[in-house]
Design a protein around this ligand. Structure first.
Ligand SMILES: Cc1cc2nc3c(=O)[nH]c(=O)nc-3n(C[C@H](O)[C@H](O)[C@H](O)COP(=O)(O)OP(=O)(O)OC[C@H]3O[C@@H](n4cnc5c(N)ncnc54)[C@H](O)[C@@H]3O)c2cc1C
Length: 462
């Protein structure tokens, strides 16, 4: 016999997770289905984690509206969830007359579209405030409201709150078949599990087209766009502590150099259309482009040691806007093509989805009493448990250092393993705690972390 739900959300990326969290405010039976063993393991794990206020999205698009709203919600709701943010601001630099003309035009457009806290700075002021940039900057667009945030804890916080408020989270649960029934859909996975839902929301990210194909829709084609990165070690931040872009060209937004919320400096992403949506390889050509970006913008970073290199995959389609398509006659809602702004847009997208679903499909108000959650603040500016005498006095496990590079204690790893949404893989544990993310990449602590992970799993499975 299959389990009956009111709503099934397919995909626990940042978008599906935000939707599930908002749905948890309604008195409905909701299930969040994730193909991988853990949440946020596809597009949502490989982004720049810039929470953008939206002026660099196309004017008049749905993407613009939802990113603007997502940013506003994040500013209010992230602190309640314990999620860290830093308003470093962003700067777009012009070194040539042609670039100057583009920057001046972009500033004027931003003002015309209501983004008043965007400014044109002359080159001498840029050089005075940010001496790290390659000499000869003519002018820049300065956007002080741009923010860096935590890419991994954000979807985790959304899922944790959803689950705390009654959403069922099933993983791994890859929807491999969908059949219509009298009330909605019967969904199946390849293990033979079955469940039914009155409404299905497809938030399948880079695989949303495959999910659409299960029910016979083909309104868009996935055009995966890979983005490669170099992550520099933490001393780089003493040189560079602002989100910096080159002037965009019609072909590309360019490679940015930005601090991360964890204290490193990120260089990337490249933008390459690839055939294989799982090809997250790092290439020689890509690395050369990233190195060139360092030389072009902040040459003083040239000799900084590299922490790691990796690539993410943008779930872009053949359309330039988000693909949010209500098909309520079929009890289906498509939430796809969340290209390169989904981290910023997720809460705006979730709110928009609620406005589509209620009261059109379910005549409900968000009346449920919900419990808020807080996730650990893993940012470089937070007081780590090892440095908090009160925390250590309550539990000495917070003084027992496990990952020396990132200064993560046994207590924090234990807490992550005891979460109501425990990490299902070592990589997921890494994203929840930052253990093994440091200079040694787990060389010293990896074995001990693995033992803790295995023991917790045995306990959970018993
Ligand atoms: C290089 C790069 C840089 C970026 N920089 C930024 C940035 O700075 N700021 C910003 O706002 N955004 C940024 N983005 C965009 C952002 O990361 C994406 O828009 C966002 O992650 C998309 O989230 P999603 O939930 O739609 O997709 P995903 O994270 O891919 O989630 C979809 C989920 O659906 C699951 N799924 C798929 N098929 C099935 C199935 N059949 N059954 C069950 N589950 C299924 C997948 O396993 C996956 O977990 C960037 C992206 C990239 C790649």
């Amino acid at each position: 016999m299959s389990v009956q739900f009111d709503i099934a959300v397919i995909g626990a990326g940042v978008v599906g997770s935000a939707i599930a969290r908002d749905l948890s405010r309604y008195d409905l039976k909701v299930v969040l289905l994730e193909a991988n063993t853990d949440l946020g393991d596809e597009s949502s794990k490989g982004n720049s984690a810039l929470m953008t206020e939206g002026h660099d999205t196309p004017a008049g698009s749905l993407e613009r509206d939802l990113v603007v709203r997502g940013y506003q919600r994040y500013m209010t709701e992230a602190p309640q969830l314990g999620l860290p943010m830093r308003k470093t601001g962003a700067i777009m630099l012009a070194w040539t007359d042609e670039q100057r003309a583009t920057v001046e035009k972009l500033v004027e457009e931003a003002h015309g579209e209501g983004f008043h806290n965007v400014h044109l700075l002359e080159g001498d002021e840029v050089a005075r405030r940010w001496p790290q940039f390659r000499p000869g900057v003519l002018c820049a667009q300065w956007m002080p409201d741009e923010i860096i945030a935590d890419p991994f804890s954000t979807p985790y916080a959304y899922v944790l709150e959803a689950v705390t408020n009654g959403v069922t989270f099933l993983r791994p649960w890859r929807v491999s078949r969908a059949e219509r029934n009298a009330h909605g859909w019967r969904l199946r996975n390849d293990r033979g599990d079955v469940l039914e839902a009155g409404l299905v929301i497809n938030a399948g990210g880079i695989r949303a087209d495959i999910v659409e194909g299960l029910v016979g829709h083909s309104d868009f084609v996935m055009r995966p766009r890979r983005g490669q990165y170099i992550l520099l070690d933490k001393p780089a931040r003493a040189i560079h502590d602002i989100i910096a872009y080159p002037t965009p060209t019609p072909a590309s937004r360019g490679i940015l150099i930005s601090p991360t919320i964890f204290g490193n400096v990120l260089v990337g992403p490249t933008a390459e259309e690839v055939e294989d949506r799982d090809d997250r390889g790092v290439t020689e050509v890509g690395l050369r482009a990233l190195r060139q970006a360092i030389d072009d913008m902040v040459p003083a970073l040239r000799d900084m040691p590299v922490n790691t290199i990796y690539a993410g995959m943008r779930p872009a389609t053949n359309h330039s806007d988000y693909q949010i398509i209500p098909r309520f006659g079929e009890r289906w809602l498509t939430v796809a093509g969340i290209r390169s702004t989904g981290f910023s847009g997720a809460l705006g997208i979730a709110e928009y989805v609620m406005s589509l679903v209620f009261p059109k499909v379910f005549d409900k108000q968000p009346t449920k009493t919900v419990r808020g959650v807080r996730v650990p603040d893993l940012s470089e500016t937070s007081i780590r448990p090892w440095a908090d005498p009160e925390k250590i006095a309550t539990d000495p496990a917070y003084a027992d250092m496990l990952c020396h590079c990132e200064r993560i204690s046994v207590g924090e790893v234990r807490d992550a393993l005891n979460s109501p949404v425990p990490p299902a893989s070592i990589k997921a544990l890494k994203r929840r705690t930052r253990a093994m993310f440091g200079r040694c990449q787990g060389f010293y602590c990896g074995a001990r972390v693995q033992v803790m992970f295995d023991e917790a799993k045995v306990k959970r499975d018993a």
